[in-house]
Write a protein of this length. Structure first.
Length: 632
């Protein structure tokens, strides 16, 4: 796991390449504390940099930037190619290797296959490869977007990095807020790819590659072959076996490492399954890590985690997070998050990563993914049921929709029912993936008129329409399945934009590589092709996954009520978050002119009086204020 940086001068640049990339590397030292390197080709105006967290081939032979002496190509690589040993055997048996790192496999595969090599890679990665013969820079990012990559063309330079903060070290990079992206952030608490909060800087799309030469970006296309593919199975048991076998294969592949591999263990179904399969695949010591919250029994799963740790004989470590820990950490999160994400679950993930680092673990497996891919949330089941009524209501005459919307806005303002009638009135989808921030009605009441003019009628619903179009492309002509629409949108929104972002940033802040077996792209393909009727059945969410895991997990783990990996944000909202907004909102608004202060203060007062429906609103504002103070 590493950080990568680079500058490609498209015109006669004035930057001193070595100094510029050195400053970028220094900013990403947390991503790679074990080694760093720079390679420069002054004749091409090209510089590549890398900071290294040594996981495969700990020797100097794994140093980057790495060169192919035969083709004279050079690469900087972040991530892991989990099937590199298989690829070496299958395609590169006649090659002489100088290391046993997956980076060298990548270079040799490119020499053999060119860009077609991307179809063979199973992993989590972002890389930049200089093709010396073609004088082209090739960039790519894995199918799910597990590893980050940002790029920009400013000042006649093409620049890229694993994190925005490294790009900010370049003096020609402008930091100008994109108002439409900010407006959408208030709804989704994340910034959707390919946007960033900054005009002119983009997130590299997952499953895409790019070709850049002296004339700029020439190609930017998908290599992802994710499409709905009907599964052939004769029985429920056979389907469960397919799921189990693919997960077992994925865990086994992600345990390849030259350093010990641990696991985050919440005590829920998903992380417990990972630990069980890890034990099946190694006789060695396994360290597991769990977080609890002081005086918050409703959010603690410690006893279940301890049960799994004992059952599978792991070396188990527990940290109890206190309210003081939270107070000390919250200012730090904006140092880590150069891109805003108002996700309170970031806080326990930071501390569990810190705990792993303290126990000398660099690599951990986690249980991210199956709640979205297999429909593990109880609200998914509710959405399926309510959607049937919504479809009927959507056929009502417009004047009835208008009356219903007017009544709810007056009698039940800022509530879920007012949100639903507003969507009905505007002919919008019932379900907005990831819209866990500020409700649209509330958002538009607290936004200033000047800011509304700046976004010129922009709607956050555009993102829902984009995801819906992507889902229909994924279906490739097959029948629409509402459960799988929820799963697909969860994969694209929650997993890619939220879970993978936080796992990377918070893990890397502690020099920890987080691997997600459920997000093996072959596992994703299988999960999204399973009919929805096997995901919610007999009132059981994640039905087919749980059936597949009955062979390794006890029923009191598989079928107990889901708690999730959460933070007691409501319990702390009336103190830390309230005061943080109250003390800073005036100055923030002078800088941004974003809010109608009277409306924000009204919501603050209601929260203080115990109206918990404004918790998410105030938390989002609180996080945004802290992020803005850090990066502006």
């Amino acid at each position: 796991m590493c950080g990568i940086n680079g500058i490609f001068q498209l015109s006669s640049g004035s930057a001193h390449l070595k100094d510029a990339v050195s400053s970028m590397n220094a900013e990403l030292a947390h991503r790679g504390p074990d080694d760093n390197g720079i390679w420069i080709d002054e004749s091409q105006g090209l510089a590549l940099g890398q900071t290294r967290l040594s996981i495969l081939d700990l020797s100097s032979a794994g140093h980057q930037p790495m060169h192919d002496s035969i083709a004279n190509n050079t690469v900087v690589f972040n991530g892991e190619i989990f099937n590199f040993q298989l690829l070496n055997t299958k395609f590169l048996s006649d090659e002489k290797f100088n290391s046993h790192s997956d980076t060298e496999t990548l270079l040799k595969l490119y020499r053999k296959f060119g860009l077609d090599m991307l179809q063979h890679l199973n992993g989590m990665f972002a890389f930049a490869l200089w093709d010396a013969s073609k004088e082209e820079l090739i960039l790519a990012r894995d199918r799910s977007g597990k590893k980050p990559l940002y790029f920009t063309e400013m000042n006649g330079d093409f620049s890229f990095s694993s994190e925005l903060k490294a790009l900010f070290k370049l003096p020609w990079i402008n930091k100008e807020i994109d108002e439409k992206v900010l407006y959408d952030f208030l709804t989704y608490n994340t910034v959707a790819t390919p946007n960033t909060m900054f005009k002119g800087i983009q997130k590299f799309k997952p499953g895409h590659y790019m070709v850049v030469n002296k004339h700029g970006i020439q190609t930017y296309e998908s290599f992802n072959d994710l499409k709905y593919k009907p599964i052939q199975f004769s029985s429920e048991k056979e389907l469960a076996d397919l799921v189990y076998d693919k997960l077992d294969e994925s865990v086994k592949m992600r345990m390849i490492s030259d350093v010990p591999v641990g696991a985050f263990l919440s005590g829920g179904v998903d992380s417990s399954a990972i630990v069980a399969l890890m034990r099946d695949n190694t006789p060695n010591d396994i360290k597991t890590f769990t977080i609890g919250f002081e005086n918050q029994p409703d959010y603690n799963e410690l006893k279940y985690a301890e049960k799994i740790a004992k059952r599978y004989d792991t070396n188990h470590f527990v940290k109890t997070v206190t309210s003081n820990d939270i107070l000390d950490f919250i200012p730090k999160i904006t140092d880590i998050y150069d891109e805003p994400q108002a996700d309170p679950t970031a806080i326990p993930i930071y501390f569990i990563s810190q705990l792993a680092k303290q126990e000398d673990i660099k690599v951990v497996l986690n249980g991210d993914g199956p709640d979205e891919l297999f429909s593990g949330y109880s609200n998914y089941e509710r959405y399926v049921k309510k959607y049937q009524y919504y479809k009927i209501a959507s056929k009502s005459p417009r004047f009835l929709k208008s009356i219903a919307n007017s009544v709810t806005q007056q009698l039940k303002p800022d509530t879920p029912i007012s949100e639903i009638t507003n969507r009905l009135y505007n002919n919008q989808d019932f379900y907005w993936p990831g819209a866990g921030g500020i409700k649209e009605g509330v958002k538009n009441s607290i936004i200033s008129n000047d800011f509304k003019n700046a976004i010129n009628g922009h709607s956050s619903y555009d993102y829902v329409k984009q995801l819906k179009e992507e889902y229909h492309t994924f279906l490739n002509g097959h029948k629409f399945d509402y459960v799988n629409w929820l799963c697909y949108s969860g994969y694209r929104q929650a997993i890619t934009e939220q879970f993978l972002f936080r796992a990377d940033r918070l893990g890397m802040a502690n020099s920890i590589e987080a691997r997600s077996p459920f997000l093996n792209h072959e596992m994703v393909q299988l999960a999204l092709s399973i009919p929805g009727e096997y995901k919610i059945k007999n009132g059981v969410n994640k039905y087919i996954l749980k059936k597949s895991l009955e062979r390794i997990l006890p029923n009191d783990i598989l079928y107990r009520k889901k708690m999730g990996f959460n933070l007691p944000i409501r319990e702390w909202a009336n103190d830390t978050i309230y005061n943080g907004v109250k003390d800073n909102i005036t100055q923030f608004n002078k800088d941004t002119n974003l809010f109608n202060l009277d409306e924000v203060n009204q919501k603050l007062d209601l929260l203080k009086k115990g109206n918990i429906q404004y918790t998410n609103t105030i938390w989002t504002i609180y996080f945004l204020i802290n992020w803005y103070k850090k990066w502006f």
